[in-house]
Ligand binder design. Sequence first.
Ligand code: PLP
Length: 410
Amino acid sequence: MNAPIIKRPFDVAAIRAQFPILSRRVNDRPLIYLDNAASAQKPEAVIEAMSASMRGAYANVHRGLHTLANETTEAYEAARTSIARFLSAPSRESIAFTKSGTQAINIVAAGLDIKPGDEIVLSVMEHHSNIVPWHFLRERRGAVLKWLDIDDDGDIDLLKVDGLIGPRTKMVALTHMSNVLGARTPAAEVVRIAHAKGVPVLLDGCQAAVHGRVDVSALDVDFYACTGHKLYGPTGIGVLYGKPERLAALPPFEGGGEMIDVVERERVTYNEPPHRFEAGTPPILEAIGLGAAIEWINAQDRAAIEAHEAMLRDRAMNALRALNWVKLHGQQPNKGAIVAFSVDGAHPHDVAQILDRQGVAVRAGHHCAQPLMQRLGVTATARASFACYNTAEEVDHFIEALHKARKLLS
Ligand SMILES: *Cc1c(COP(=O)(O)O)cnc(C)c1O
């Protein structure tokens, strides 16, 4: 029998204590890490799981006939089970490990059967990871990209979605949450509209999987991509969920060991999903680390974390809204804890640098979302993004540091 998971009441200090890096100082100040949408920090449980594997239970996976190979395979496959449950996937076989969220999307795009004039529908607030693979289809196979506009908050109009999907549409590729605006998209409705026309949907869940609970079965989505390093796991590991019949119809992306069935001089046949998409030695330690991250998240009170992140978001948004020299980008009421903003008369890079001198890490730039920057009429923004370990005091320090930046820059 499994030991029951005891969920502790939400205690941000207890959470912080599990992230070793949070006790370091930056520029002689306590680190205030508000760059979580770019990558999150790692709890001891993840560091320990990867280290323990390297120290005591490591070999290559699959087809090993020795104890270490079997133990490592078990840990690797257990991570697959964890992520399948985490996403409410119908089976473990519907989960392929990739090297990143980016690679998960590339696998789907490259595998589509595209003829000149076939269409891909995508929104203007996609991350480049969910744009450039479709540009490849435009450049190489004559696909046409159909762009879905947003309003200033990142809301999309379902009538426009319906209008863009036509007889030539081969995929609707949509973010489940913007990495800049924090906006959530009405994914289930989009899936319903697309499916009514027989069109599959890929959701980019690299942010949504961090800031809320995802149920790919309830969404009825065809493909779902997410990434380990933003989910408190390591870099080098991503996840591609696909409906079993969709994965079965998708050709392999890379060729090599593990992804084959039979290889002869004049013939090759491929393994079943998910192994068909895991050519070569997979990111074993990274998968084990991601499995540990998922189990760590599962052991927390997720509803409490969501409420905590919403508090951080609202505290930051309200403070910034009160400043007539700050422009907020994206104010959807229930958005993820991602706050993009511009300071009048100051370049976002300068703002970020002055914040860094005060120990506050935010990101400045186009956030891998240039079409969105064009839509917003800016070349770059600053962005503060929050995680479960951030505190209300950190939000207040960030706002104070921003006042200093404003004084220095104006
Ligand atoms: C980070 C991110 C990606 C890319 O994921 P990687 O694993 O870093 O390649 C894609 N889409 C969104 C929305 C992201 O935030």
